[in-house]
Design a protein around this ligand. Structure first.
Ligand code: FES
Ligand code: FES
Length: 174
């Protein structure tokens, strides 16, 4: 089967029962995506498929043949870390780091959802053309990504600095 993974063409043969997460980690050696719960509850396995975030532990790899998949290994460029990765370092957005790849991929796609005007549970005006990524929006939209270390303050600050309001305003909004 053929995929594009982090911009590279990849051909792979595998048992059709293989999850996308296991394909990435066990067959292709892309171990950045993490297996936390393996049942869709923690977000550690979040990857991007054609720019949209999914839990790769719940996805059969065969469903994504021909699609463009981005893992945490594909966020950085030759110029350096993705700005969100830099912000995670600056704001201590991780402790053990196990949830971090999922947090990063999820936040990148989340920011794109906001930019496209996709509402969340807490969006007050569903007809609004522009949605402000304030504290409530950010926390709601990232609620599928759990951090067992509780590094949430740093995570929120890093995402806010990169995609939304300044951390000081996030604190004020909390
Ligand atoms: Fe996929 Fe937890 S490992 S959601
Ligand atoms: Fe350890 Fe989030 S940094 S689980």
């Amino acid at each position: 089967m053929h995929f594009t993974i982090n911009g590279q063409a990849v051909d792979a043969e595998f048992d059709p029962r293989t999850s996308l997460l296991d394909l990435l980690r066990d067959h292709l050696g892309l171990t950045g995506s993490k297996k936390g719960c393996n049942q869709g509850a923690c977000g550690a396995c979040t990857v991007l498929v054609d720019g949209e975030r999914i839990n790769s532990c719940l996805a059969l790899a065969v469903q994504y043949e021909g699609r463009s998949i981005t893992t945490v290994e594909g966020l950085a460029s030759e110029e350096g870390l993705h700005p969100l990765q830099q912000a995670f370092v600056l704001h201590d957005g991780f402790q053990c780091g196990y949830c971090t790849p999922g947090q990063l991929c999820s936040a990148v796609a989340m920011a794109d959802e906001v930019a496209r005007g996709v509402p969340s549970l807490v969006t007050a005006d569903l007809a609004a053309e522009a949605i402000a990524l304030d504290g409530d929006e950010l926390r709601e939209r990232m609620s599928g990504n759990l951090c067992r270390c509780g590094a949430y303050n740093g995570i929120v600050a890093a995402i806010a600095e990169t995609f939304g309001e300044r951390p000081e305003r996030m604190e004020a909004a909390a």
